[in-house]
Design a binder for this molecule. Sequence first.
Ligand code: HAM
Length: 449
Amino acid sequence: MPLLTKAVKGTADVLPGESYKWQYLERVLLDICRFFGFREIRFPVFEHTELFFRSVGETTDVVQKEMYTFEDKGGRSITLRPEGTAGAIRAILEHGLLNTALPLKVCYFVSCYRYEKPQSGRYREFHQFGVEMVGSPMPRADVEVISLARKSLDMLSLKSVELEINSIGCKKCRAEYHKALYEYFSGKDDLCGTCKGRLNRNPMRILDCKSPVCSEIAAGAPAILDYLCEDCAAHFHEVKKGLDDLKIEYKVNPRIVRGLDYYNRTVFEFVSKDAGAQGTVCGGGRYDGLIEELGGAPTPSLGFAMGLERVLMVMEKQGVCFPEPEGCDVYVASIGDRAARKALEIADKLREEGFFAECDTMGRSLKAQMKHADKIGARFTVVLGDEEIDKGRVVIKGMRDKSEMETELCDIADALYRLRADRDLDEIAKGIDIDSMGLDIRGIMEKRT
Ligand code: HAM
């Protein structure tokens, strides 16, 4: 296929027939965020490269192997964000949001870019829904953030997504742990070149190297949980107790270290067998040192991000129903130029009244217009000709039940309200959940009485 009409490897298009699923995800997730007090933040798709060096970490796979970095025309080194936390925190610092009420709770939907080997559930452009909670060192903040992730996945009806947690301690306990890792990995000649370089600088990064040989060697490495200092162990204990209180099930997985350098203490992942080769639908944790690292006052914080492609993949595999958007309410067909102009005017008015109205913009014959109305699933049609305009009356036809109702031209909207409400009542009687179809039943009933 010629390059011009082929998407770049590792990227995907969301076509009109699928976009409602993304809109549904965003609606549900934003609603849950509202209940938890998280408000949306938006920030640029690219940042100064240095930001990711300092936050994600120079020895991580993301920075060493996966970033889309380029020089802009002004000679600046720019990077397409590989994740959302760095940009969100940069924006919070730049705009002085730490001076507002703490904890500061933000959420975001972002596209991210990583030059990884594409496979099922792994893309080069992907999308994250993320949250950051800034300002609290308390274990109960960890519990609240994990609970938000759990509820999000539950509300989207994902099944069998398991929560795994770990603590990777603080700088103090990690010093001992690094020594143990250094001892373990020294002399393991089969490590990849990158990991050999990491041995002195940051041996923990070897634990999440994607090379199968390194992963196999890493499987036998000492676990951080055995090296936690008293404070970190107590923090982890409280987090587990809080999760128990909220009846959130989890498994402690001492192998979770996360692939980004900013984490400390609690780290967690939600994993599913249905999320492609990768399995991790959502990952997050504490990053108490990041804000200071970026020049702000020490401010303990934490968050998570979920990969929306993976969430969708799990939902599709598990047969979750996405509420489909409402189809066309009424198609205003026309015969001749005068009627076509009037049809446009009527459709315009009907839209102001809250109807999804269509009319002919292609110059089709009446027969072709009716065929099109059928194709787009219009519920009702109105046919306008000179006679209808002169008499000021039209017939509204039900496309499914073949019903007919004559009405004044100026009353089409009211007649449609009545017809739509009748149909909705029928569907309620048949037990169809019209609320989940996105209908404003309360509005319809009010109009009716
Ligand atoms: P992360 O684990 O690198 O964490 O990414 C979060 C989620 O993004 C993953 O669990 C996965 O679902 C999805 N994801 C990552 N890479 C890809 C990819 N190549 N293709 C498709 N999906 C992918 C972070 O990004 C942190 N910023 C999360 C965080 C927020 N921690 C604290 N606050």
